[in-house]
Design a protein around this ligand. Structure first.
Ligand SMILES: NC(=O)c1ccc[n+]([C@@H]2O[C@H](COP(=O)([O-])OP(=O)(O)OC[C@H]3O[C@@H](n4cnc5c(N)ncnc54)[C@H](OP(=O)(O)O)[C@@H]3O)[C@@H](O)[C@H]2O)c1
Length: 282
């Protein structure tokens, strides 16, 4: 079970979630295209996550595309007050599986309607702009999210894959509840964005928190293994515990299609790292 009942974060000041969430990108087909081999397994993973106490699920229109959101709509009641489902728009997929930024404001508003339908909700709890589109004015794309919020189709707005400057620009147009950037033991490139989030009380959703499933390499792996041994834990659990320990605003969303990995990841919230551990992982 998600262990520490008080270890929560208020997204946008009013959506209280346990800080360890679930990333629903891995419940689709290979390459995050099409349906998974077993849809019933995907349903089971989603339901089990909620049974284990996870109340924050992250997805996107581009996962599948549409498949991850549809599976969530089928397996869970996304209208529940005690469950926050965050989704995103702003990336198109082609038949080669590429992720193509598309920030056209009308397109983004169209995608919000398709996500609302697949998730089976009246409004999206947290709607995130997936990635700035170099061919569209960033502020025009963000303005579309602001208008969706004004229209009541979206409760909170988040941004993803942004610099500190882009975060500040977005905040000129709309209250930004969360930022989702890659961040993990093995990739601390966006530490400046995390600092900015901390300062502003914005949730920071570190994606790829277990290193895209690699469990990391080289010195990082060695350090994680040393700490894991001290606690009879796995390097994946150490990586998640480190993110939770690193700041009060981090909301890691490990992704998995495996019931065993899910249980292991959720149990990471029970792992208390010592000062010695943190020094090893620094
Ligand atoms: N905003 C963005 O641009 C962006 C980009 C990427 C991802 N995301 C979001 O972030 C979430 C997390 O990222 P991610 O899924 O790419 O990376 P991740 O969570 O670091 O790694 C997921 C991979 O690790 C494996 N894994 C997970 N737990 C494990 C464990 N305990 N032991 C061994 N292997 C384990 C999974 O395979 P199994 O299925 O075999 O467990 C999966 O292949 C995604 O689901 C998505 O919601 C956002």
């Amino acid at each position: 079970m998600v262990s520490n009942e008080s270890d929560t974060f208020d997204i946008g000041g009013d959506l209280t979630v346990h800080r360890l969430g679930f990333g629903a990108m891995r419940i689709t087909g290979e390459g995050i295209i099409g349906p998974p081999e077993s849809e019933s397994n995907a349903h089971d993973v989603l339901r089990r996550a909620v049974e284990l106490g996870v109340d924050f699920v992250d997805t996107a229109d581009s996962y599948g595309p549409g498949v991850s959101e549809r599976l969530i709509g089928e397996a869970l009641d996304a209208t529940r007050d005690d469950l926050v489902v965050a989704t995103k728009a702003g990336l198109l997929r082609n038949r080669e599986g590429d992720w193509l930024p598309h920030g056209d404001p009308d397109y983004l508003k169209n995608q919000a309607l398709t996500s609302i339908d697949r998730l089976g909700v009246d409004s999206i709890d947290l709607y995130q702009y997936h990635r700035p589109d170099p061919d569209t004015d960033y502020e025009a794309s963000i303005q579309a999210f602001a208008e969706l919020k004004d229209d009541g189709l979206v409760d909170h707005v988040g941004v993803s894959n942004v610099s500190v400057e882009q975060l500040e620009l977005a905040r000129d147009h709309v209250e930004v509840a969360t930022v989702q950037n890659e961040y993990s033991l093995g990739n601390r490139e966006h530490a400046d964005v995390l600092d900015a989030c901390e300062e502003a009380g914005i949730g920071f959703i570190p994606y790829a928190p277990v290193g895209w499933g690699s469990g990391f390499e080289g010195d990082v792996r060695e350090a994680a293994e040393a700490v894991a041994e001290r606690h009879d834990a796995t390097v994946y659990q150490v990586a998640l515990a480190w993110i939770l320990e690193t700041s009060d605003v981090t909301l890691p969303i490990p992704g998995t299609s495996s019931l065993d990995h899910l249980a292991e990841n959720v149990a990471a919230s029970e792992l208390d790292l010592t000062d010695e551990d943190l020094a090893t992982l620094a």
